[in-house]
Design a binder for this molecule. Structure first.
Ligand code: FES
Length: 166
């Protein structure tokens, strides 16, 4: 508790506005898990505006801190974006940044993400953490798979999402 008080005082003295992030933290406890909601205070300088354009052209802007995956922030905001593996592998959650390359996103948590993906503006939202304000288009799984295939990079053969792909 003293650490929290010190942290709050530090940010207040630096006149930095805080963003409150609540995360469900689970720890293994025997055969089960013990979960609790933990509150983090994040300086606003590390919170970014992430604008999403959905397939119906609807635009949504989320505030996402640098330690939160964009897919999680979207889910918390009530957006049901596509996802499957949640590990940065299957491409189901792919999005594409409007201004390429996708340097506004850190995708280093993905199990499989290539430099070419970043050059093409593709990101995997399940493992994407913001590093700047960013505008991206969601539902780009097929486009990312085709993009990778054209560059000789491996793509998951998951079904049925990619059935019929040339
Ligand atoms: S859900 Fe599989 S890569 Fe994101």
């Amino acid at each position: 508790m003293e650490q929290v008080r010190q942290l709050v005082l530090h940010f207040l003295s630096s006149r930095e506005v805080l963003f409150v992030r609540q995360t469900l933290v689970c720890h293994p406890l025997g055969q089960t898990k013990a979960c609790s909601t933990t509150t983090f205070l994040v300086p606003m300088s590390k919170v970014y505006d992430i604008s999403l354009t959905l397939p119906d052209d609807q635009k949504v802007t989320l505030q996402v801190d640098e330690n939160t995956f964009i897919l999680d922030a979207a889910a918390k905001a009530g957006l049901d974006l596509p996802h499957t593996c949640l590990q940065g592998w299957c491409l189901t959650c792919a999005g594409q940044v409007i201004d390429r390359p996708a340097t506004c996103i850190d995708n280093s948590a993905a199990l499989r993400y290539y430099p070419e993906d970043q050059e093409g503006g593709f990101v995997l939202l399940c493992t994407a953490k913001p590093r700047q304000n960013c505008h991206l288009v969601t539902h780009q799984a097929w486009a990312m798979k085709i993009y990778r295939r054209k560059r000789g990079r491996p793509t998951p053969g998951g079904k049925p999402m990619f059935d019929g792909l040339p």
